[in-house]
Design a protein around this ligand. Structure first.
Ligand code: AMP
Ligand code: MG
Length: 360
């Protein structure tokens, strides 16, 4: 638009008298101002679901309707997948552990199926039956605690996703041992991000952004055609302080880290990602992972899994999956990224503490 206006200007300038020029330039100036003010305005909505702050920015004709429907969907996913309130599907599954099959919706079965898939791929680093341990540590409660060793080893015997049977044809699932608990905290927000994108698409939206407590999913590019910029949290700074920026279109960018939820006791940080092999918070060489993928459910499972696995194994896992890219931040504040992100990742680290080690 602006370029077209300048073209007319160039042609006319040759033949006009002075006063006409003044009027003409004023008109053009007004037109340019109008053009620059006519940036599309997004519909923005916020909500608090799945224990996290959710915000969306949606552009286009049906943005209001789409954004509203997305918030309704977030609420519905929360009520069916939470384990912190009675009545939901996953809660029912847990209540019936060691007892009977529970009928589940297609979407809950889909999320459980994905969870099992990524458990296999990560050799058990991602494991949704980690619930009894998550509860014992109480990281999400007012009174988090360090469980006794004996308690941890007893609870570890309940952590095995081979005990989770899923039957998609007959729409049910079952946990075989009493006391087993499925916890979708590491994957449900990822699913919710994909569900949001599907709603935007249904309304023919071409440009949208949703942030579910650090899980960012973008549809298309920004309205001006440039990529969305997604910040990567500095794991050792206040929430919202970034140390790098990713430029992406049509992607999910999901992070996990020891900074998201934790408590400290005797100078030790106990965070919310449990290593299903030890029963203790994962203690690899990583403090933060970010996965970029087409589906946010995949990115969510993989960010948690790679955090448990550590740099070497996490890098190998990310590289082994088509369309998946990753950024890993180590305890010694080095930043590693998969080759596919070379163009998209820019360090923007005010603290100057992090060193970007080019692709390995
Ligand atoms: P995220 O923030 O996506 O990395 O997920 C962490 C959440 O997933 C925790 O708050 C737990 O609810 C759950 N979780 C913890 N450890 C694991 C694990 N090893 N595999 C799957 N889910 C886990
Ligand atoms: Mg996750």
């Amino acid at each position: 638009m602006k370029n077209e206006v300048f073209d007319i200007l160039r042609k006319k300038r040759l033949s006009m008298p002075f006063f006409k020029k003044v009027i003409f330039f004023t008109a053009v100036l007004m037109l340019l101002t109008a053009c620059s003010n006519s940036q599309p305005v997004p519909v923005e909505k916020q909500g608090f679901y799945m224990g996290t702050f959710i915000s969306e920015k949606v552009y286009g004709e049906n943005a209001e309707k789409a954004a509203g429907e997305v918030m309704d969907k977030m609420k519905q996913i929360e009520s069916s997948m939470t384990i912190n309130a009675p009545g939901g599907e996953v809660n029912n599954l847990n209540m019936q552990s060691g007892n009977q099959k529970v009928n589940l919706s297609e979407e809950t079965l889909y999320v459980l199926g994905k969870a099992k898939h990524f458990s296999t791929l990560s050799e058990g680093a991602f494991n949704v039956t980690v619930g009894p341990l998550v509860k014992a540590w109480g990281i999400f409660t007012q009174n988090p605690r360090v469980p006794e060793k004996g308690e941890i080893s007893r609870l570890l015997s309940l952590v095995d996703d081979k005990d989770l049977t899923i039957n998609e044809q007959e729409h049910w699932a079952k946990l075989s041992k009493k006391g087993q608990v499925v916890d979708l905290g590491g994957i449900a927000k990822g699913y919710a991000g994909d569900a949001a994108i599907n709603i935007y698409k249904k309304y023919n939206i071409k440009s949208a952004y949703i942030n579910l407590g650090g899980n960012v999913v973008v549809l298309g590019s920004k309205p001006d055609g440039t990529p969305w910029k997604v910040g990567i949290q500095n794991p050792r700074a206040q929430n919202g302080v970034y140390m790098a920026v990713l430029s992406v279109k049509d992607k999910a960018v999901v992070s996990s880290g020891d900074y998201e939820r934790y408590f400290e006791k005797d100078g030790i940080r106990y965070h919310h990602i449990i290593d299903p092999k030890t029963g203790y918070p994962a203690d690899s060489d990583l403090i933060g992972t970010t996965i970029v993928a087409d589906l946010s459910i995949d990115a969510d499972a993989l960010s948690t899994a790679t955090f448990v696995l550590g740099l070497e194994k996490g890098m190998r896992l990310a590289q082994s999956i088509e369309g998946v890219e990753a950024v890993f931040i180590t305890k010694d504040k080095k930043v590693y990224a998969t080759k596919g992100l070379e163009e998209n990742l820019k360090m923007d680290d005010e603290s100057k503490e992090f060193e970007y080690v080019k692709k390995r």
